[in-house]
Design a binder for this molecule. Structure first.
Ligand SMILES: [Zn+2]
Length: 119
C-alpha cells in the first residue's frame, strides 16, 4: 500500500488542526478532559481501521478453531492467549478471509518480510 503523497498529507492536516482546536474549545482549560477526548477520538479512529477488541476477539476464537489450535505458519501448537491475527492485506481489515492466526515469532517474521518487501 503506497503511503500518502505529500499533497494528500497536506490536504488532511487542516482536518487534524480542526479536531485539535475543537477539542480545546470543548474541553476548555481542563487538561484531563483534553487528554480523555484525544484518547477517545484516537481509539475510535483505530476501531475504524482495526474493528473493536470484541470483534477481533471473536475472530481470533473462530480462527483458532478453524486452524485446530495451530499456528498458520510454523504449525506448532498455538495457545489462544498470546496468539496474533495476521492480515494478508492491512487495508482489507480483520475479516475471516483476510486473516490467519499465528504465534508471536511467526507474526514478527512475516511483518519484517512485508516491511522488507516494501522497502
Ligand atoms: Zn508460528
Amino acid at each position: 500500500m503506497p503511503p500518502l503523497t505529500t499533497q494528500q498529507r497536506d490536504s488532511v492536516l487542516p482536518l487534524l488542526e480542526k479536531i485539535r482546536a475543537d477539542i480545546r474549545e470543548l474541553a476548555g482549560d481542563d487538561e484531563t478532559v483534553v487528554f480523555q477526548m484525544r484518547r477517545y477520538i484516537g481509539k475510535r479512529l483505530e476501531f475504524d481501521e482495526r474493528g473493536t477488541p470484541a470483534v477481533r476477539r471473536r475472530l481470533k476464537n473462530l480462527k483458532w478453531k478453524l486452524q485446530r489450535g495451530l499456528c498458520a505458519v510454523c504449525k506448532e501448537a498455538l495457545p489462544i492467549h498470546g496468539s496474533e491475527l495476521d492480515r494478508t492485506e492491512a487495508i482489507l481489515g480483520y475479516t475471516e478471509e483476510n486473516t490467519r492466526l499465528v504465534c508471536h515469532n511467526c507474526h514478527r517474521s512475516t511483518q519484517e518480510a512485508k516491511d522488507f518487501a516494501k522497502a
